[in-house]
Design a protein around this ligand. Structure first.
Ligand code: DC
Length: 231
């Protein structure tokens, strides 16, 4: 089965497995995968390192507004396994941006309209190439409202926390289930209630609730959509 060179927008709640799902369909159908949340995480890491966000999540927006020219975020392909990895000013930050510190602050940074403009510019550059799968929160509503295929992923918060907790433990992080659950609930709230580009389902997005679905079942679900639309 083949997909034409289109934009596939995958939005939804945090820790619903959007990136795993998007990576598999990108590899299967020969599309480029762009993890848009990673870019917000990259800006957040920069802000943490430069002390532009404090322990109460108060942000020095004036200083951050002056910093965009000095934040170079790019995805590079790992030569060994073909994975796409995020670099900040030439430094590999893939691992650091997934940690709890960045995860706890990223929604505050992502709520800033100037940060969103900065990230959207990078995303539209990738979108020009077409044949891309992007996962995020506002791809189908704001960044690419004309995306040819939109999917909105969701799952029960407890199920998401258990998955995320397992992932962190497997990576050797010092995680606690209650903290992970709290982080997910807080991120849902912040993502859905911020003023700038809040998380919501685009009217023409197809819902994928994967609370009780394995990743293989989700791919079968996606293949069915592809065969209905393009074959
Ligand atoms: O998908 P993720 O958990 O890596 O996203 C990190 C944060 O970035 C999350 O709080 C929501 C935000 N985000 C966003 O606001 N818009 C996007 N397109 C992608 C992510």
């Amino acid at each position: 089965m083949k997909i034409p060179k289109i934009i596939i927008a995958i939005d939804g709640h945090s820790s619903t497995g959007k990136s795993s799902f998007a990576k598999i369909i990108a590899a299967k159908y020969g599309l480029i995968y762009v993890d848009t949340g990673a870019l917000y995480r990259g800006v957040t890491l920069y802000a943490i390192r430069k002390k532009l966000i404090d322990s109460c999540n108060k942000i020095d927006t004036e200083a951050l507004d002056k910093a965009y020219d000095f934040i170079n975020l790019e995805f590079r392909t790992n030569a060994c396994d073909g994975r796409s990895e995020l670099y900040l000013n030439g430094e590999l930050i893939e691992r650091e941006v997934r940690g709890l510190e960045v995860s706890g602050k990223v929604s505050f940074i992502a709520a800033l309209p100037h940060v969103r403009e900065f990230v959207d510019k990078i995303l539209r550059m990738y979108g020009e190439r077409k044949g891309v799968v992007m996962d995020g929160r506002d791809i189908g509503t704001v960044v690419f409202p004309n995306a040819e295929l939109k999917i909105f992923m969701t799952a029960d918060a407890g199920v998401r926390a258990a998955r995320r907790y397992k992932e962190l433990i497997e990576k050797g992080e010092n995680a606690n289930y209650e903290d992970v659950l709290q982080n997910i609930v807080q991120r849902d709230f912040l993502d859905e209630n911020r003023e700038a580009a809040p998380l919501r389902r685009a009217e023409d997005a197809i819902i994928l609730d994967n609370s009780k679905m394995s990743i293989d079942e989700q791919i079968v679900w996606f293949d069915k959509i592809v065969s209905q639309r393009w074959n």
